[in-house]
Design a protein. Structure first.
Length: 250
């Protein structure tokens, strides 16, 4: 498998570590040369690269930022290549989302948005037309928000679109939920800076015609405190499932 990684940071390192036996070549695009050199030294199948489109690339994987998604996605799907996107917050931008949807109508590409740091996407996919509302409550240590508060503090309550504008590196999960339910109006977000915790905690409350559901996820942070370890692992899980002949939980 040949993969082009947009971003050569913490998430990319974790993904490479977990699926290195499946990779022939990994192209790396990042403005930080030190990050690229570190991964090239650690994984000898890594290749520093400018952006390009090639038939020998099986997946483009974005592990960088909302800005990177907006910069490269349209070019990738115009060329009928598949992309895995972690920074799903890019889709809170209506114009970008609308452009991508229009391009996909005439493309063989697929965009894959992993569940990232949350669970329950399978429930939402099944209940999509029956859902009345979803609330996601996200708790993270203050360091995740560059804060030093000494007691629990509600720092945001509002829509998923508003959340991603204020906390673009912390709340991609809210946009992932909105994309799954196909509604940015049905998803509300609470963000809490909590000095009593060391893990990233998400609670998802789903109200639907089929029933009420509550999902709690306690994620250990990765080496980057702003990113749950589960986020890159969800990409690993997807890539492994994609190559399996038997797929469970689809």
């Amino acid at each position: 498998m040949n993969i082009f990684f947009i971003g050569a940071g913490n998430c990319t390192e974790i993904i490479l570590e977990k699926i290195q036996n499946c990779i022939k070549k990994a192209y790396l695009l990042d403005y930080d040369v030190e990050k690229i050199n570190f991964l090239k030294e650690k994984f000898h199948f890594c290749i520093e690269s400018d952006f390009f489109i090639s038939d020998d690339i099986d997946f483009y994987v974005e592990c960088a930022s909302v800005e990177a998604v907006k910069k490269y996605t349209e070019n990738i799907i115009r060329n009928n290549k598949n992309i895995i996107i972690l920074s799903s917050g890019a889709f809170s931008d209506f114009d970008f989302r609308n452009n991508v949807e229009n391009i996909l109508k005439n493309s063989r590409s697929q965009i894959f948005i992993p569940s990232g740091a949350i669970g329950g996407i399978d429930i939402i996919n099944s209940l999509k037309d029956e859902i009345n509302s979803i609330t996601i409550e996200t708790r993270k240590p203050p360091l995740s928000f560059n804060m030093i508060n000494t007691k629990e503090e509600l720092i945001f309550y509002g829509t998923a679109e508003e959340a991603i504008k204020n906390y673009p590196k912390n709340i991609n999960v809210a946009i992932t939920l909105s994309m799954a339910v196909e509604s940015f109006d049905k998803v509300k977000v609470k963000i809490i800076s909590d000095p009593k915790i060391i893990k990233n905690i998400h609670k998802i409350f789903i109200d639907s015609k089929a029933g009420k559901y509550e999902i709690k996820i306690e994620n250990n942070p990765s080496n980057n405190p702003k990113t749950s370890l589960m986020a890159p692992l969800s990409v690993v899980g997807f890539l492994k499932k994609f190559n399996n002949s038997i797929k469970v939980g689809v």
